[in-house]
Design a protein around this ligand. Sequence first.
Ligand SMILES: Nc1ncnc2c1ncn2[C@@H]1O[C@H](COP(=O)(O)OP(=O)(O)OP(=O)(O)O)[C@@H](O)[C@H]1O
Ligand SMILES: CC(=O)N[C@H]1[C@@H]2OC[C@@H](O2)[C@@H](O)[C@@H]1O[C@H](C)C(=O)O
Length: 359
Amino acid sequence: MTLGGDDWLLGLMSGTSMDGIDAALIKSDGSRVLEQGPRITLPYDASQRALLESVMGNTADCQEVETALTHWHHQAVSSLLEQAGLKASDVSLIGFHGQTTFHDPKKAVTRQIGDGALLAKLCGIAVVNDFRSADVAAGGEGAPLAPLYHRALAKDLEKPLMVLNIGGVSNITFLGQDETVLACDTGPGNGLLDDWMMKHFDMPMDEGGKVAASGTLDPLVLAGLLDHGYFSEAPPKSLDRYDFSPELVQALNPMDGATTLTAFTAAAVAKVLPFLPERPNRCLVTGGGRRNPFMMDLLTRELDMPVEPVEVVGWDGDALEAQAFAFLARRSQLGLPLSLPTTTRVAAPCKGGVLHLAS
Ligand SMILES: Nc1ncnc2c1ncn2[C@@H]1O[C@H](COP(=O)(O)OP(=O)(O)OP(=O)(O)O)[C@@H](O)[C@H]1O
Ligand SMILES: CC(=O)N[C@H]1[C@@H]2OC[C@@H](O2)[C@@H](O)[C@@H]1O[C@H](C)C(=O)O
């Protein structure tokens, strides 16, 4: 295993949207991002998604699902290596996030399923997994963990800026002119909206934000949704995908519900602005939500700053989270911290991850 940064690292992310597995290759010495390589997404079909949904909110043993999930990740690794024209021996480390099934840092519990030892054996590549437990055990939120990767990527960009990830849940990283890194989950991402779309339109998402764009915002319902204690808590703070309930939206018609839920995501991001040490000069958006122009317009209005997809600075918004866990795997291997007091509220910079050798 080399540590120099000229070797490939492979990151795997199965996010809270449960739309599939993102797999991406990078080269990194644990501080800098030296190269961004190919990436793929292996979408989940309805039965895979249903299997994952069956263990959501669960802390009990679910070995069958965990084993299945690990085999799907092996498929993602094989497909990515094939596409990249690489062999297993070309990759020194896999960062395997797994699937979060439960997250309640206040009770010091976070759970990502995924069998690291099995994946290492199947792939013939060393694997780091269980990235969040050490932080939670040390009193941190265990999330978000992408901020140190955002900092590395944005090394040469003008600050202050804000990186916003809109996945199932939304999270931001604020990067200040004085090297400050402040992070938190802001509120829902696409999760509530995806569930609404499935319930009312039998569609997995509001593609292009078309449905939401054709409805009418209900300001009273939006105000009710925003009347939640989470928004008055200072960062760092984190969420479980199911911490917000769509209860208040139920009375709305399907189109107005989609509009109001999209507005909720955007307005929730704006609620973090008063807690930032300075006003960011731009917001770079990663994750699936950046493909929703209606959501991007609402964000621009709410944040009152340029809101652009991360592609404008040459990053890949479909690969970023998977890349982050490749980067964090390298940091874990080097014994570098994965989180800081300002990213997860942990008392001191915290190392993490568990290494599984290939043999
Ligand atoms: N073309 C599109 N139009 C609208 N929404 C989209 C589009 N493409 C993706 N999305 C939204 O993005 C979601 C997937 O986002 P992403 O892959 O970033 O989530 P994730 O990695 O599961 O989440 P998390 O960051 O919470 O771990 C989809 O479920 C959908 O709601
Ligand atoms: C517990 C957990 O899995 N949290 C995820 C989730 O998805 C988005 C947001 O909530 C973020 O806190 C985190 O993922 C990203 C990759 C992170 O750790 O930075």
